[in-house]
Design a protein around this ligand. Sequence first.
Ligand SMILES: Nc1ncnc2c1ncn2[C@@H]1O[C@H](COP(=O)(O)OP(=O)(O)OP(=O)(O)O)[C@@H](O)[C@H]1O
Length: 306
Amino acid sequence: MRHQPPTEPNALVEMRGVGVRRSGRWLVRGIDLTLRRGEIVTLIGPNGSGKSTTARSAIGVLAPDEGTVRRAAKLTIGYVPQKLSIDWTLPLSVERLMTLTNPATRSAVEAALARVGIGHLARSEVHHLSGGEFQRALLARAMLRKPDLLVLDEPVQGVDFSGEVALYDLISDIRDSEGCGILLVSHDLHVVMAKTDTVVCLNGHVCCQGSPQSVASSPAYQRMFGPRAAETLAIYAHHHDHAHLPDGRVRFADGTIDDECTPVAGHHGAHDHHAGHDHHHHHGSHATPAEAENAGTIRKEPVDAR
Ligand SMILES: Nc1ncnc2c1ncn2[C@@H]1O[C@H](COP(=O)(O)OP(=O)(O)OP(=O)(O)O)[C@@H](O)[C@H]1O
């Protein structure tokens, strides 16, 4: 039963009425979820609400005790778990991390690291990486398999606010360029990527699901997370004319790369803060500490949530 293909042509995984029971209790129950090619689904919910359990059931790491999980034939999955069992006392370079469990050619490793913006760190020690760099390395490792579905369990853990915004940008770029489906897990409610197609709010069961905006305004979501819930689920979206590369340089919309983003004609000079922006700050890297601290309460304007 569990190995039947999904009923929808574009679906990668279909979960219907899935329940997982361990040690005499249901960890999750009644999970209905469809992951489609080219779509981003984000699981949110408090600690222990069953997000990792749901993600692990979706990809077949955990067998459900009730319900069905249908996966597309020959589905390739890139999985970044919440925790890695790595012996951090041993030296480990980034390029070695890439091939710890799966072989890959040097050129494939270099391409994957370059894709996530840390090509220059291939020979660095993993334990010297910043939180954001480490998450990028894990993302590169998952992408080596050229997955149809990327499953990222807490991909912004250990990453500060501006790094979080940059990682979400990268994740949505990857969805756009690779066309894969993406399942994100986040217990951090303050920013949900606006490009998320569906937010699934879990609390042992699906409390509500829909676009980020509809979940934020759902009474079930507000009951679960309290009166300030709608405010704390800020939808992050912006359009900017330059990107801050992980090595500190700046890439402008015209493809040029510079050491800094001082306002010059054609770069910031052409930047329209009214027409192009639907958020309060210009770019994560530019957020002041106060902005970052307030991020939990900034309610962005309606955005296109795809
Ligand atoms: N193998 C297991 N046996 C018994 N209980 C388990 C098992 N695995 C997970 N649990 C429990 O199931 C619940 C859901 O765990 P899960 O890791 O899915 O939650 P989560 O929403 O991802 O939490 P967090 O945000 O803290 O990572 C937790 O209470 C956890 O302690």
